[in-house]
Write a protein that binds this ligand. Structure first.
Ligand code: SF4
Length: 367
């Protein structure tokens, strides 16, 4: 990027940087790498406005890596609940345990990228924003800006083609990111571009007239900003299923941590794929979780929609009440019984909570 474009960018950012809980008042100060890591991880796939309160709550409960390393997975999930992509929370905990055992927060790309859940983007963000190293970052905001600024007609995820002159598309974008970061102000360039992408160079209706890069931006000069970057081929998978709310005679709800399609490793309600039409009675799949001889009643409580990563989910909810107490869990299942009164606070994922709330709301005669 032209030095004058970067100078304009710095001036703009100094005047317009939003006040955010993970950003210090002094934009030139070194930052806490732990806080940068947590905020950048939360911000992946999630809006700044949503992350704001989650970050504050998280930092109050887990103010440093040592506190986090000692927390249980269930508690970490609770503080992550609603942000989705729970594998990120699990990785954050695992990485915190490794960092705590190292005795210091890693400060090289190699060490950081060796930690669970930390990729090239997060490592670059920690190194540049916290330690002020000349390290590049590349997220969706920077991709959009580079694509428009240089009129790049492909995405980093595309295969090499004539448009990329046979070169790696990702490498072309990373090279632009490295140019921006090849400066003692790399930290400011990186953060300013992220902010510019969020507030000015937006996906739709970019505010080019307010943009500090407008004099240099090829797409702006040719009046075709919205034609860049090219549209991503959308891959979304539909998934229809049934969620079981299995209630024992002594009012406990069965939760599983393995053996189902989604939310592996965290406590979720049993679920399985089923046809779009409502499942009536006990199906063969449900018998993995419940013994047919112990059933007092089965009620269908309605359906809900949900999204997990690329899956667009629609689920039927069945409430199954047993004649037996919660003494044992079904054979071969990683499962546990949760007191019904505590279910809403214990199942820390919105997938299970939606099903529990449907049962609570329904006029199911099983209740
Ligand atoms: S001038 Fe417009 S298209 Fe170019 S970087 Fe700025 S906002 Fe984006």
């Amino acid at each position: 990027m032209h030095p004058d474009a970067l100078k304009n960018l710095r001036t703009w950012f100094t005047k317009n940087a939003a006040k955010l809980p993970w950003r210090l008042t002094d934009l030139n100060a070194l930052r806490d790498p732990y806080a940068v890591w947590i905020s950048e991880t939360m911000l992946q796939q999630t809006q700044v406005t949503t992350v704001h309160d989650y970050f504050l709550r998280w930092m109050e409960r887990f103010p440093n890596v040592q506190t986090l390393a000692k927390a249980s997975e269930a508690e970490v999930f609770k503080y992550w609940q609603g942000l989705g992509y729970y594998s990120r929370a699990r990785n954050v905990l695992k990485a915190a345990q490794i960092i705590a055992s190292l005795g210091k927060f890693p400060d090289t790309r190699k060490e950081l990228e060796a930690l669970p859940g930390i990729g090239a983007y997060t490592a670059g963000a920690i190194l540049s924003l916290a330690y002020h190293k000349r390290e590049a970052i590349l997220d969706g905001n920077l991709v959009r800006i580079f694509s428009r600024f240089y009129k790049i007609g492909f995405l980093p995820t595309d295969k090499p083609s004539a448009k990329s002159k046979g070169k790696s598309c990702a490498e072309i974008y990373w090279n632009y990111a490295r140019q921006v970061a090849d400066s003692s102000k790399a930290y400011m360039h990186n953060e300013a571009l992220m902010e510019l992408g969020r507030t000015i160079c937006k996906v739709k209706n970019p505010l080019c007239e307010k943009c500090p890069l407008s004099k240099f931006c090829k797409a702006r000069l040719e009046n075709c900003a919205e034609s860049f970057p090219p549209a991503k081929k959308h891959i979304q998978q539909e998934w229809h299923g049934t969620v079981l709310v299995i209630e024992s005679a002594d009012k406990k709800i069965l939760g599983v941590t393995e053996g189902c399609k989604f939310l592996k490793g965290q406590l979720a309600l049993p679920h399985f794929e089923s046809p779009k039409s409502a499942t009536a009675g006990l199906t063969a799949e449900a018998e993995r979780f419940v013994n047919a001889d112990t059933i007092r009643s089965i009620c269908n409580c309605g359906r809900f929609r949900h999204s997990i990563t690329i899956h667009k989910i629609e689920c039927e909810v069945q409430h199954i009440v047993l004649t037996t107490a919660a003494k044992t869990t079904p054979a071969g299942l990683a499962a546990t019984w949760i007191p019904k009164a505590k279910a809403l606070e214990t199942f820390a994922n919105s997938f299970s909570l939606k099903a529990l709330k449907l049962v609570k709301k329904s006029s199911s005669p099983c209740k």
